[in-house]
Design a protein. Structure first.
Length: 245
């Protein structure tokens, strides 16, 4: 009976000698896997690099980085020296890639890790639905933080960008104002009765006319004078067309 208890006690003790040392080494090696083996480590490396680059490229905005996954069937050689990088000409704005390569001699490999970098900053959003082809007013917009990468062409960030502009497509309440959707409100429209102001050195003359086309402020436009003559001037606010002599 005592012999049985001694045998049971020996089984319960931690392993020693060659078997115990081998088991401990296996546990240590499993806990110290190279970064390429651990998906969470790889994601952490790419996320930290992308966040650093985003802060350098766009310091005025708050960045949020999402890291995608690699092909699960991809097999890479073990590597303890992994380096993230950007491809030449690449910019982290919206969807893109961060390169990851092994720097160990004899184990060179390189992969592309998909990332999405969102930038949040102040921009104008609609406080109410804004219809098309109507001048935008200050009461229809307000400044708040938005995801600037959601619009490829950028969004308006200052009221001066929408002043004297109208939309080519309707905007819902809460939606940012895309720069690509903006169109200058014409200073004169085709068929408008306009005031033609001719200016020269030391003199100016004024007459009436009819606009033969639409034009924004500072743009050229043809007008027909009261005498029937067609001239080209510069459109100005207030249905004025200026001629320079």
């Amino acid at each position: 009976m005592k012999r049985a208890f001694r045998l049971l006690d020996a089984i319960r003790r931690p392993a020693t000698g060659v078997l115990g040392t081998a088991a401990a080494a296996l546990a240590m090696s499993a806990g110290a896997a190279p970064a390429w083996q651990d998906g969470s480590d790889r994601i952490a490396i790419v996320r930290a690099f992308a966040a650093q680059e985003a802060a350098r490229e766009q310091p005025a905005y708050r960045a949020q980085v999402e890291v995608g996954t690699l092909n699960p069937y991809l097999r890479l050689a073990p590597c303890n020296q992994v380096e993230p990088f950007l491809y030449p000409g690449a910019q982290l704005w919206g969807r893109g890639f961060v390169g990851l390569r092994c720097m160990e001699a004899g184990r060179a490999w390189s992969v592309s890790v998909p990332v999405v970098v969102h930038y949040f900053g102040p921009a104008l959003i609609a406080t109410q639905p804004i219809p098309v082809l109507t001048p935008i007013t200050a009461a229809e917009v307000q400044r708040t933080e938005v995801d600037l990468t959601r619009s490829q062409g950028g969004v308006a960030t200052q009221f001066s960008q929408v002043l004297d502009h109208m939309l080519q497509l309707p905007i819902a309440a809460g939606q940012a104002i895309p720069l690509s959707a903006l169109q200058v409100v014409p200073a004169v429209r085709q068929g408008d009765a306009v005031t033609i102001v001719g200016r020269g050195t030391g003199f100016s003359i004024t007459t009436d006319g009819i606009a033969l086309g639409a034009a924004g402020p500072g743009d050229p436009v043809q007008v027909k004078t009261e005498s029937g003559r067609i001239v080209t001037g510069t459109a100005e606010r207030g249905r004025v067309v200026e001629l320079r002599f």
